[in-house]
Design a protein around this ligand. Structure first.
Ligand code: FAD
Length: 461
């Protein structure tokens, strides 16, 4: 029988990030199981032109940089830290497995294997089932159940003769269509529209079916390092001040937009959605050139000459190309305790920072005693969906940062961790008067922000 200290199910960003931290902080043995044939989780199924939406500087695992920390000089992301492409992320996790995990002698990796529960897994190739004796914990790194268009069939009817593809197939299908109909208002839909426009599709040739408009994080506010530090800290101050002073939720979003924390496509439309997607202002400008945005709810059926939606229908023609971008990416599942007896369920514990969340959970597992103590430092946050979730995440962030701040050794560990996000800067950097001023604004707004956000959320009930 196989034996290990930790059995980790899933080798996506979360499973790999957690395992990497345990390799750094402990002497434990790890056994990793995944249905995919390579590590990297959903990145194995992604479209070829996918990129991170946040800087590579704080994605991946703690022990290894992703990319070369360059600021892009050209293109839609010019002026911002580089965003790894899907193939780069895949290669990063593959090399991590081959160059660090396996040579450590403490990791065994079982790709192409499905976990059955009860510490057993079955090879998808041979059908052989193996049972594992687990000395410490079983780690569920599948909880987000990430779904991308290439792995999920469309949830609407499609008539024969209609050409519907996923973004993965788009580069091979570009010719011979007078109209490109992009279905899905989330980040994948935006990526596809931007890709088509950048590759020369006239805006008039695009139809974008976006059931809900979205509030989007302005990439200007998420840049790491000394160069952007005052901008990053200023953004935090502006968010807290808006949270402290807003009279209503609508007023809060107006203030966040006014200070350029959040962006939206069309100022005349109130977004209902917030998924934490990050976007460059230049992308918004491009998307705003699309004249035909259909806001009639979700697609129910696509016929050769019409599209039926929840709230109406639009005409179509037989040579339209449809690109399905409706998969939800990260599942919105109820929070559960991260540490529970013999299991650990990896979840997001810092808003939008998945890699960092996995690393913190690994570090806390390695360094703290009881589950109660560990759970106190690892409060799960549900993936956001509706606009009001911005407020809920802000409250959760305030709570977790206060808990981490009260723990001196954890605070010190976080301060030096590459995945900590934009808040990271060179500790030797001088504290300019401008920075001290922004910190004072943050201190002043902090308490009032939490109270006001709670009151605003209560007004929804
Ligand atoms: C397009 C896109 C861009 C993103 N960009 C960013 C970004 O810029 N910054 C950021 O922080 N986050 C980003 N994210 C989010 C982040 O990359 C991950 O999606 C998130 O962390 C979830 O990763 P995961 O490891 O939980 O899931 P997954 O990547 O889905 O990995 C889970 C793994 O578990 C395996 N599995 C599931 N069930 C079983 C089973 N029964 N047996 C065996 N194996 C199983 C699956 O095969 C899969 O490989 C992005 C997400 C998407 C979709």
């Amino acid at each position: 029988m196989l034996e290990t200290d930790y059995l980790i199910i899933g080798t996506g960003a979360l499973g790999m990030g957690f395992a990497d931290q345990l390799l750094t902080d402990t002497e434990a043995s790890l056994l990793l199981v995944d249905k995919h044939h390579m590590p990297g989780g959903h990145w194995n199924d992604a479209y070829s032109f996918v990129r991170l939406h946040q800087p590579s500087a704080f994605y991946g695992v703690g022990s290894r940089e992703l990319g070369s920390n360059r600021i892009d000089a050209t293109g839609i992301n010019a002026g911002f830290y580089e965003l790894a492409s899907g193939p780069e992320v895949q290669s990063y996790f593959d090399r991590l497995m081959r160059e660090r995990f396996l040579p450590s002698g403490r990791v065994r990796y079982f790709p192409l294997c499905e976990y059955n529960g009860e510490s057993s897994f079955t090879s998808l190739l041979s059908g052989q089932t193996q049972v594992v004796k687990v000395n410490k914990r079983i780690v569920d790194a599948t909880y987000f159940n990430t779904s991308v268009p290439s792995t999920r069939p469309p949830q609407y009817a499609v008539d024969e003769g209609v050409t519907l593809i996923t973004p993965n197939a788009l580069p091979r299908h570009v010719g011979g269509h007078t109209r490109y109909t992009v279905i899905g208002g989330g980040k994948t839909g935006m990526d596809v529209c931007v890709w088509l426009l950048l590759n020369g599709a006239p805006p008039e040739s695009l139809r974008w079916i976006a059931p809900r408009d979205s509030w989007l994080i302005n990439r200007e506010t998420t840049q790491p390092g000394d160069l952007f530090y005052s901008r990053f800290l200023g953004a935090k101050a502006a968010q807290l001040e808006a949270s402290a002073n807003a009279k209503t939720i609508d007023n809060l979003f107006e203030m966040l937009e006014e200070s350029r924390q959040l962006l939206r496509l069309d100022r005349s439309i109130k977004p209902q959605m917030y998924h934490g997607a990050t976007i460059a202002p230049a992308e918004i400008e491009l998307l705003a050139t699309i004249p035909d945005i259909v806001r009639l709810g979700r697609v129910r059926a696509i016929g050769r000459d019409r599209i039926d939606l929840d709230n109406g229908c639009v005409q179509a023609s037989a040579d339209d190309l449809y690109i399905d971008c409706t998969a939800s990416a990260i599942a919105r599942r109820p929070n559960r305790p991260v540490f529970e007896g013999s299991t650990i369920t990896l979840q997001m514990i810092r808003a939008g920072l998945f890699s960092f969340s996995a690393a913190v959970i690994g570090h806390v597992e390695a360094s703290y005693g009881s589950d109660a103590e560990k759970n106190h430092l690892c409060l799960p946050m549900q993936a956001p969906d509706e606009a009001a979730d911005w407020l809920r995440l802000m409250l959760a962030e305030n709570e977790i940062l206060a808990r981490w701040g009260a723990d001196k050794s954890l605070r010190h560990w976080i301060a030096g961790h590459r995945l900590a996000g934009a808040s990271l800067r060179d500790p030797a950097a001088p504290e300019e008067p401008e920075i001290a001023g922004i910190r004072a604004r943050i201190r002043t707004a902090g308490g009032a922000a939490a109270n006001n956000l709670q009151a605003l959320l209560a007004s929804l009930d």
